[in-house]
Design a protein. Structure first.
Ligand code: ATP
Ligand code: MG
Length: 447
């Protein structure tokens, strides 16, 4: 098909250098797809019939990184890094993950055939022609995700493709074509053989997609294969007027309602995972889930550890899940205490979690609560702007001052904390003289 698409100067240069040296070269994969749907892309991959050795030679004036020479990929450092991969077929997949060997070939058509989806099996020659051997352009126009060739065979080779399909649905808002979806569901168990790191990377992208709500609803069976902890939430009725949706749908809507940051999206994804375990229905037919946050936090910890998420991320997400019901009142002193105890960042994140939780209830009452949370947020912003004393290090006295007054060991920290509490409550101004006087009084008490 004749069509000009925009590619970066570096990608164009890479193609020029290769073709001037007698090789064929194309921009392939996601960049072509994204250009056709007018989505911004930063990642231009080039495919060529030159072998990695040839590529290294023709780019000898540039820095070249051997990023995956065995699989045919080298990265050339032009004004941006460009990955150049030799046309290849993939050998037999022995472990449902990576081909045991790759073979370099000279045919673009064969190279495109090994690619996962028709929309990703397009090549652009840099001069106005798109090579579309598998119907990728019409599938892009119809917003369809379809494997190149028999879906069962393709998912059988590499189960990660099942999750990539779901991820592209979430990011691009495309639908998985029926046969492709049936095969994905049939073979979803093969995902157990894929490395947890790769699964987690896809899960994060799924949760950060613009179309995450529809994706998590439509492809829940695949989601439960990688996060079975959420399966009990599916269609779990809450029996509460405040909630319009079952537990899973509420979770999904809350993921879509929260700001698009991975920590927040993960926190929403797990925040009510403990509800089914804690459910009971009272004599009036009303559902309760007392202390479900604790169970949710334990489930979150297990799931994220299993998925080999980074520890720092696990800590923050688990904290948010454990505290998503933390009582907050629009009271300056109470809020200052919370900021002092948990820190500005965690409280700011928690407010966003609470807002999303509320918005995803789908009832009018939720709107009122959501307004109250916004008022709390305003008070917090005002506290932070006013630069008030919130931590021991903000105090106008330090440990050295107390040591001079004769405090020793543990009593130093304890006294600073006590002074801080008094300052936060407004019982004491944050002034050096007054704090020292108060500390002296405390010292007398200890004697
Ligand atoms: P994005 O970069 O936006 O995530 P992409 O389509 O560029 O999307 P990459 O993971 O960068 O995805 O892969 C580049 C190309 O390599 C894909 O477009 C596809 O043609 C091919 N590809 C990647 N992973 C697989 C796979 N598991 N099986 C088959 N082909 C794949
Ligand atoms: Mg890419």
């Amino acid at each position: 098909m004749i069509k000009n698409i925009e590619i970066s100067d570096s990608a164009a240069l890479a193609i020029d250098v290769l073709t001037q040296n007698g090789y064929s070269a194309y921009v392939v994969g996601g960049a072509v797809r994204d250009a056709l749907i007018k989505r911004k892309t930063n990642d231009f991959d080039v495919a060529t019939d030159a072998t990695p050795k040839d590529v290294i030679r023709v780019f000898s004036n540039f820095q070249v990184l051997l990023t995956g020479e065995k699989h045919g990929t080298v990265t050339v450092m032009l004004s941006e890094p460009i990955e150049i991969t030799t046309f290849r077929t993939e050998g037999i997949y022995e472990d449902l993950r990576r081909p045991s060997n790759v073979e370099f070939i000279s045919s673009l058509g064969e190279d495109l055939k090994r690619r996962d989806f028709t929309m990703n099996a397009l090549a652009y020659d840099g001069k106005g022609e798109i090579i579309d051997l598998y119907g990728g352009i019409s599938d892009i126009n119809a917003k369809i995700i379809k494997t190149v060739g028999d879906p069962e065979k393709r998912f059988g080779e590499d189960a990660l493709r099942i999750l990539r399909a779901v991820r592209f649905a979430s990011v691009l808002g495309f639908k998985i074509e029926e046969n492709t979806l049936n095969a994905a569901i049939k073979l979803k168990n093969n995902l157990q053989a894929v490395s947890k790191e790769r699964i987690f990377a896809e899960l994060e992208k799924i949760l950060q997609g613009e179309y995450v709500i529809d994706t998590l609803m439509n492809y829940s069976e695949i989601i439960f294969e990688i996060v079975p902890e959420l399966r009990p939430c599916y269609k779990f009725e809450q029996h509460i007027n405040r909630h319009k949706y079952d537990v899973y749908e509420h979770i999904v809507r809350s993921v879509g309602a929260v700001d698009n940051e991975k920590e927040l999206r993960l926190a929403m994804f797990f925040h009510d995972s403990g509800k089914p375990q804690k459910f009971f229905i009272d004599e009036n037919g009303i559902g309760h889930f007392y202390n479900h946050s604790e169970v949710s936090a334990a489930i979150t910890l297990d799931a994220l550890k299993r998925l080999k998420a980074p520890n720092k991320l696990i800590n923050e997400v688990v904290w948010l899940v454990a505290n998503h019901h933390l009582y907050m009142k629009n009271d300056r002193i109470e809020l200052k205490r919370l900021l002092s105890e948990h820190g500005e960042e965690r409280i700011a994140a928690l407010i966003r979690v609470k807002c999303a939780d509320c918005m995803a209830k789908g009832t009018e009452d939720a709107e009122q609560t959501s307004d109250e949370i916004k008022r709390i947020k305003n008070t917090i912003d005002e506290i932070l702007r006013s630069g008030e004393c919130l931590t021991v290090s903000d105090l106008a006295v330090g440990g050295d001052d107390l040591a001079e007054l004769g405090f020793k060991g543990e009593s130093i920290g304890k006294t600073l904390q006590a002074l801080l509490n008094d300052v936060i409550c407004g019982n004491l101004p944050n002034e050096r003289e007054r704090l020292i006087k108060s500390a002296k009084k405390r010292a007398e008490k200890y004697e």
